[in-house]
Write a protein that binds this ligand. Structure first.
Ligand SMILES: Nc1ncnc2c1ncn2[C@@H]1O[C@H](COP(=O)(O)OP(=O)(O)OP(=O)(O)O)[C@@H](O)[C@H]1O
Ligand SMILES: [Mg+2]
Length: 320
């Protein structure tokens, strides 16, 4: 498996990636928390490929997608004749991941009964196929992911405490996209070039105004939602034309309240960043974009102002 391409410029994602690489040096279970679409599976793959098991299998399973009655046979395998339809022996995914990593996605969706079965496997490091008594030793690293607050689920009795403490030895939390708006531009360019290439088209440029709108939106579906949006825009744009603001979904255009990232919903940091951006832009306009006077007015050095312009991606648009 290749190193997954993880695109970011934000400090938050930078530290998640370095933490993931440190965790890769061990074989301990990892719990990845984060809203839907924040890149949990991507980070799980990174932990896997960066470690000693990198060349061994990585087997992902979505715990919420397996019906309760198939869970054991899927995870632990079965012996022929164990139940109707079991016509031959079949290993489960724990065995398939032997030597490598099993990725238990949406672990918070497991029923309490299944949580107990998983815990036993993790503790004993062996599985029993359905219909068999003989235990089989397995060596797998477990990475689990959840978009729920497991701590809360645990307090209300929906998640077993012992399983939580076993899988939560190393924890990594991925920040939502609205808390790292500086990643929107690099991700947009990355997805635009990927999709254009898929369509055999030249990579389109993206208008500045589009990037501004996209970085102000609150992205409830996080990176996956941004990926879909760019995909749509590339598909609808003419070959050789820039991606313009008219291609942005109305939902997104309406979803931003000018200046205050997502109205009262955004996190403090993201709202401060967009507020800071507004103040700097207004002052630049006031002084006709004279940087020296703008810097003096705001009590910044010229270099300090330039750094902020770069970091906050403030450009002169001359729209008035
Ligand atoms: N930093 C990133 N760089 C490049 N692509 C990313 C990044 N983060 C997420 N993606 C892409 O966004 C999509 C969603 O990511 P992923 O499936 O890892 O999220 P998730 O947290 O597992 O989401 P869910 O909870 O919905 O399963 C994938 O197509 C993934 O490749
Ligand atoms: Mg996922």
């Amino acid at each position: 498996m290749n190193n997954p391409e993880i695109i970011y410029v934000s400090r938050e994602m930078g530290s998640a990636v370095s933490t993931a690489k440190l965790m890769a040096r061990t074989s301990s279970p990892v719990l990845i928390e984060g809203e839907s679409g924040t890149g949990k599976e991507l980070i799980a793959r990174l932990v896997h490929v960066s470690g000693q098991r990198g060349k061994m299998p990585f087997v992902a399973i979505n715990c919420g997608a397996i019906p309760e009655n198939l869970f054991e046979s899927e995870l632990f395998g079965y012996r022929s004749g164990a139940f109707t339809g079991a016509v031959r022996d079949k290993p489960g995914i724990f065995e398939a991941a032997h030597g490598g990593t099993i990725f238990l996605d949406e672990i918070g969706d497991l029923s309490v009964a299944m949580q107990a079965k998983c815990l036993r496997v993790l503790q004993e490091k062996e599985v029993r196929r359905v219909g068999e008594n003989r235990p089989r030793r397995i060596d797998v690293r477990v990475i689990a992911a959840t978009n729920r607050l497991l701590e809360r689920e645990m307090k209300i009795g929906r998640f077993r405490e012992d399983l939580y403490f076993r899988i939560g030895v190393l924890r990594l939390c991925l920040p939502p996209l609205r808390d790292r708006p500086e990643d929107v531009e690099v991700l947009s360019r990355f997805f635009a070039s990927g999709y254009a290439r898929q369509l055999g088209q030249a990579v389109p440029s993206i208008e500045r105004e589009v990037l501004e709108v996209l970085s102000l939106y609150s992205w409830p579906g996080n990176v996956r939602e941004l990926e879909n949006e760019i995909h749509r825009m590339v598909a609808l744009s003419g070959e050789g034309t820039a991606l313009g603001v008219e291609l942005v979904s109305p939902r997104i255009r309406q979803g931003i309240r000018h200046g205050l990232n997502g109205g009262v919903k955004g996190k403090l940091k993201a709202r401060l960043v967009s507020y800071e951006k507004e103040i700097i832009k207004e002052t630049l306009d006031l002084y006709g974009w004279n940087k020296t006077r703008t810097a003096r007015h705001l009590g910044l050095t010229r270099q300090g102002l330039y750094r902020k312009l770069g970091r906050l991606r403030i450009y002169r648009t001359d729209r008035n």
